[in-house]
Design a protein. Structure first.
Length: 312
């Protein structure tokens, strides 16, 4: 089988694609590839100045809009201003190993940004989405653990932030699993997929405030990492290839650190349907934002209630 490359991307003329965190790294390379294939690409970024500078490096049709995933009010404003179809939503933005902190709404920073921000954004935009929702996870999900009684690390050690990052990336995959289930139940043709970049040389690798982690990360990147453009390929594959809903894409070589994209496995925890449903319910409660479409069972019950006795 021929390795998948960006040359396999279809003509995306007339399609609108949103990429969060597109001002640098994998997000920027993802946006660049979509634009090269004639999509209208919206760079959804926290810093509009950086976003415009990034857009200036892209040859194609782009637009920059402000979006701060660590602030649910910003997410709501972004969605409220949206009124056209979206072919693909790429949930790419994230934070990695920051010092302990909280989002504007009081959630642990990594869980609040990487999961809850994208959870809210996806549900608010879902009525406009016609094709796919792609969420960028990480192989770090394998070390992740969801403590449903302490998602904000109020009573457990945060240390370097690796536990928080692993939790947020596990949440990304459980979100994809439950979103796909709900899309199927509601009869929508939209599918949810996920991807991880392997080890890619981006500025996310140097964001930790832990000096030792920065040094170790720099050495690992220099020896093992692929460039950001290659790191974007699993996302592009997950967004456009003929793959089933709920699929997870990643690099095919060096233990998923590099190489052409393919479908990859996930941890048992990331495939737990019960935890996925529980996380979804908690995410709705925490954000106040709910899945906008009725399930097939709900539609059936509504039909029964609205049908007069003896009616068909």
């Amino acid at each position: 089988m021929t390795d998948w490359t960006t040359a396999h991307l279809p003509d995306l003329a007339g399609k609108t694609i949103i990429v969060t965190g597109a001002s640098s790294g994998i997000g920027l390379e993802t946006a660049r590839a979509f634009a090269a294939h004639r999509a209208h690409v919206v760079l959804a970024v926290r810093d509009e100045t950086k976003g415009r500078a990034a857009a200036a490096t892209i040859c194609g049709d782009t637009e920059v809009r402000r979006l701060d995933l660590a602030d649910l009010a910003s997410v709501r404003r972004f969605a409220a201003d949206w009124n056209v179809d979206i072919h693909v939503l790429v949930n790419n933005a994230g934070v990695m190993l920051p010092p302990f902190g909280h989002t504007t709404d009081g959630f642990e920073l990594q869980f609040g940004t990487n999961h809850l921000g994208h959870f809210a954004l996806t549900n608010l935009l879902l009525p406009h989405i016609t094709g796919r929702v792609v969420t960028v996870a990480s192989s770090a999900h394998r070390s992740g653990h969801l403590d449903f009684d302490d998602l904000n690390f109020a009573d457990r050690p945060y240390r370097s932030g690796s536990a928080g990052y692993g939790q947020s990336k596990l949440a990304n995959l459980l979100f994809t699993l439950e979103l796909q289930r709900r899309l199927e139940a509601s009869g929508r043709p939209v599918i949810a997929t996920a991807a991880h970049p392997g080890m890619a040389a981006t500025n996310l690798n140097s964001s930790s405030t832990n000096a030792l982690l920065r040094v170790v990360g720099a050495v690992a990147v220099r020896l093992l990492a692929q460039n950001a453009a290659a790191g974007a390929e699993p996302t592009l594959f997950a967004a456009t290839a003929e793959i089933p809903g709920g699929s997870y894409a990643g690099p095919s070589r060096r233990r998923e650190m590099a190489g052409p994209p393919t479908l990859v496995s996930r941890s048992a925890a990331a495939g737990d349907a019960g935890d996925a449903a529980r996380l979804w319910t908690m995410s709705e409660e925490l954000t106040g934002i709910r899945y906008p479409l009725p399930t097939a069972a709900t539609r059936l019950e509504t039909t029964r209630l609205e049908t007069p006795q003896g009616g068909k």
